[in-house]
Design a protein around this ligand. Structure first.
Ligand code: PGA
Ligand code: ZN
Length: 429
């Protein structure tokens, strides 16, 4: 038996940032190393995502995880006992085989994600390395460009506005720490503007300011205003990224804009978004069309002609095969990577490798329901993904990730680098 053989797997029920039950897994190795992983949860999920196992019923809105917890402590614990934690691919293959369903509905993607992360953390601990270095070796030395939400919206803010995320990126920042400094000023300026105009109403699920705006465009104007008020040149130093999350209000080529109470088709959406790209300093748009609108995705990508980054989240669901299909169809140029959309770290890495092979950029992403687990920051650095999106610049479950990146940047010191604007796909960097 090797030192990195799994001695024990233990799951427990804990609570996520929305106060809903979630799973945490601890993995103990024969050598004494321990790793921990926690499962996050989406609210605007893609229909092709792996499924979380939830109890249903009355308790906690049906979100309890008793069954998934049972899977961790019985079937998964038995299947992984004695296996080598240093062989992540074999561990994840064992989880996938044990589940045996295409959508991970037997074990639950929540159970699998927590365990897959815990195994990786334990294996890194066994050799005394932080996870990013364990995954990427000495080459893993580049901090990602952060995409940080300033206003929440969509499913994360009671559908107050149609767009889900109004974010900023800092293409001209020279370090991760500087990008956070700049974003902190923009976030503060945006809050001050909301207060002065009597529209300050707390924050949405990921910590962004509550979007009390009459139109989507008013929110975009406010974001440009906040960048300028914080003393930065919009588009040059600090630029805009959007997550439209269009699957939440579009289906079958019809898009229902709730704010304006009107319906437009796929071409209408493309014209609307192209107009915004002309009018505002936008460098990245996620899910501009719905998950079932591959033709629209390709048409928008053609219309943008390489100007901006076009990200697939619900559209690609961290799936390597979908990434290859999208690239072949000319749909998008960047993949969002969320481990729990598939259930294992190995599948997430496979999606990133597929993206690199077809020339797509990547963004490692948190979920709207999060925990204090900071593993995704290590994935971004360890795999050299180049961009990181974990919500806004408030609330502990978000700040835990930004702060972990600061620790990694400090640990790398002069050997480290910052991906900066070059990490963005598209010419408008
Ligand atoms: P979710 O949203 O975690 O609620 O799915 C995040 C996103 O759409 O990027
Ligand atoms: Zn998204």
């Amino acid at each position: 038996m090797t030192d990195t053989a799994i001695a024990f797997v233990h799951g427990r029920r804990v609570w996520d940032s929305r106060g809903r039950p979630t799973l945490e897994a601890d993995v103990l190795l024969e050598c004494g190393a321990v790793g921990r992983g926690m499962a996050p949860a989406g609210a605007s999920t893609g229909s092709a995502e792996a499924l979380d196992l939830r109890d249903g019923g009355a308790a906690f809105g049906g979100y309890d995880v008793t069954d998934a917890l049972e899977q961790v402590n019985t079937a998964i614990a038995a299947a992984l006992a004695g296996r080598d934690a240093a062989d992540q691919e074999a561990i994840d293959a064992a989880l996938i085989a044990l589940d045996g369903t295409p959508d991970r509905s037997r074990l639950g993607a929540n159970a699998m994600t927590a365990v897959s992360i815990a195994v990786a953390q334990a294996a890194a601990g066994a050799v005394g390395e932080p996870l990013f270095r364990y995954l990427g070796g000495p080459e893993a030395a580049t901090l990602p460009l952060p995409q940080i939400q300033i206003f929440g919206g969509g499913a994360h803010a009671g559908r107050r506005v149609d767009i889900q995320d109004f974010l900023v990126v800092c293409p001209a920042a020279t370090s991760f720490a500087e990008a956070l400094d700049w974003t902190a000023e923009v976030y503060r300026a945006a809050g001050a503007m909301m207060r002065e105009t009597g529209r300050l109403a707390g924050v949405a699920d990921e910590g962004g300011w509550w979007p009390d705006f009459p139109t989507n465009e008013a929110a975009l104007e406010a974001l440009v205003g906040a960048i300028a008020r914080a003393g930065f040149t919009p588009g040059k130093q600090v630029a805009i990224a959007l997550d439209i999350a269009a699957s939440d209000f579009g289906r079958g080529g019809h898009y229902r804009l709730g704010l304006e109470n009107r319906e437009i088709d796929s071409d209408g959406m493309i014209r609307l978004l192209a107009g915004w790209v002309d009018a505002y300093p936008i460098v990245s748009i996620e899910d501009p069309l719905a998950e079932d609108d591959a033709a629209g995705f390709a048409a928008f990508t053609a219309a943008m002609d390489g100007r901006i980054q076009i990200v697939g989240d619900d559209f690609l669901v961290t799936d390597a095969a979908r990434v290859r299909e999208a690239a072949a169809a000319g749909a998008g140029n960047c993949v969002l990577l969320k481990p729990n959309q598939r259930g294992t770290l190995s599948e997430t890495l496979a999606a990133w490798r597929a993206a690199r092979a077809v020339g797509f950029a990547g963004i490692v992403s948190a979920r709207s329901g999060e925990t204090e687990d900071t593993t995704i920051v290590h994935l971004a650095v360890g795999w050299g993904v180049g961009q990181l999106k974990v919500g806004s610049f408030a609330r502990g479950e978000r700040m835990a990730k930004w702060n972990e990146a600061l620790r990694i940047e400090e640990a790398l010191g002069a050997r480290g680098g910052f991906a900066g604007g070059a990490a963005l796909a598209g010419r408008r960097r």
